[in-house]
Design a protein around this ligand. Structure first.
Ligand code: SF4
Length: 396
């Protein structure tokens, strides 16, 4: 594999500089969907058996290549996350085969978290039983809304009834650790319908809820519709009210708000996603997947045809990489760490504060009450969380 990234060098570099960690999160991008939702900008192609089979062969090559490198660096996998796209576009046999390959080629920690993203309409009892038998410990379902008019606006494939049936089947199959994604700020959505979606979501008793503000991404159907004036964005004040409702309802339902967009029952925070916010190492495989290992950020080609072709020809699928300086790593871990409600240790702030400009900016954020010190940690305040992206880009 002549063009492959030499991970051993980056791992050794990290050990010398005492940044990085020895457990790794493994993300696998499964780039298939039945149709594209109107708001979605993820890299994906329409599902088709011939494409899926070729992708699986290429993924097996990529898995084998990284397994050798992680093994020689004595790194273990502590979380596995199959996202997309729609991982459940694959058959249960195909998904199980991927997980068998992961288990046979990598060294996994004993309590490895294994998450699979699913669409509700793709689930059957037999399918869920097979995932359970394959060692899946957690499911994540993109419900988005329980309101049928809003589902149609988002271009979702499934109806409200199908969404509810998918959740029922999942619970009957014995999965107690599962996430539901819901979205606020959908054109035409009211506080009442958002309240209703949150209420129904809580009634399903998920262990985890992700509440995202609708973002209008370039190249999506939504972006065209907004540009042509066919859809109107939700007012900022209404969006703020959606957030307030989520905070109140989910707190009342016993969910702990642990990250800007994420709530969990005690002990059920997503360990894989926390790696991103804590600046810990993760390896992403599959087309368009991104990785961060020992201060090196690298990404695969965002094209299924090229992804398969490169791996079939003995080449790496990585087409971009960037080594971050120690100073960049230290800034990033504060900015990403600020997404967590408990913030970051004060030592992380102190190491950046050697730069007088950065220190002055941080002091201003403290004075403006965007940031607060609680004991030996710094965290964003509720006001700071509303402007997290803007504050973060200034700190980088
Ligand atoms: S199912 Fe998920 S990945 Fe597929 S188009 Fe819809 S939002 Fe995007």
């Amino acid at each position: 594999m002549d063009e492959n990234l030499d991970m051993t060098n980056t791992v050794n570099r990290s050990r010398d500089e005492n940044i990085g960690d020895f457990d790794v999160g493994l993300y696998l991008h499964i780039p298939f969907c039945a149709k594209r939702c109107h708001f979605c900008a993820f890299y994906l192609v329409m599902q088709e058996e011939r494409r899926i089979e070729r992708f699986l062969r290429a993924l097996a090559i990529e898995l084998a290549s990284y397994a050798k490198q992680l093994d020689s660096a004595r790194q273990r996998i502590s979380t596995v996350y199959l996202g997309g796209g729609t991982p459940t576009a694959l058959s249960a046999v195909q998904l199980s085969q991927i997980l068998t390959t992961v288990r046979s080629k990598f060294s996994l920690t004993g309590n490895c978290e294994v998450t699979v993203e699913a669409t509700p309409e793709s689930l059957t009892s037999a399918y869920l039983d097979a995932l359970y038998a394959a060692g899946v410990t957690r499911l994540s379902m993109g419900i988005q809304t329980f309101d049928q008019t809003e589902r149609t606006c988002l271009g979702l494939s499934s109806t409200t009834e199908e969404a509810k049936l998918g959740i029922r089947l999942l619970k009957q199959s014995g999965f107690t650790n599962f996430n539901l994604d819901v979205i606020y700020g959908i054109p035409g959505q009211t506080i009442l319908s958002w309240d209703h979606t949150l209420e129904q979501a809580c009634e399903c008793e998920p262990s985890h809820l992700s509440c995202y503000a609708l973002s209008v991404e370039e190249g999506t159907r939504f972006e065209h519709a907004f540009r042509r004036g066919e859809l109107k964005p939700v007012e900022t004040e209404t969006e703020r009210q959606f957030q307030v409702y989520a905070n109140e309802q989910l707190a009342a339902g016993g969910y702990e708000h642990y990250e800007i967009s994420n709530w969990a029952k005690p002990g059920r925070a997503c360990r894989h996603n926390q790696r991103y916010w804590k600046g810990q190492d993760f390896l992403g495989l599959g087309p368009s997947a991104q990785s961060y290992m020992a201060g090196c950020r690298f990404g695969n080609v965002s094209n299924l045809e090229q992804y398969c072709g490169r791996l079939e020809n003995g080449q790496s699928a990585v087409t971009e990489q960037e080594f971050l300086s120690i100073s960049q790593q230290e800034k990033e871990r504060v900015v990403f760490g600020f997404r967590m409600l408990d913030g970051v240790p004060k030592d992380w702030v102190a190491s950046n504060a050697r730069d007088p400009d950065w220190a002055a900016l941080f002091t201003a954020f403290l004075e403006e009450k965007y940031v607060v010190q609680v004991s030996d940690r710094f965290a964003l305040t509720a006001k700071g969380r509303q402007f997290a992206d803007a504050l973060g880009s200034q700190l980088l």
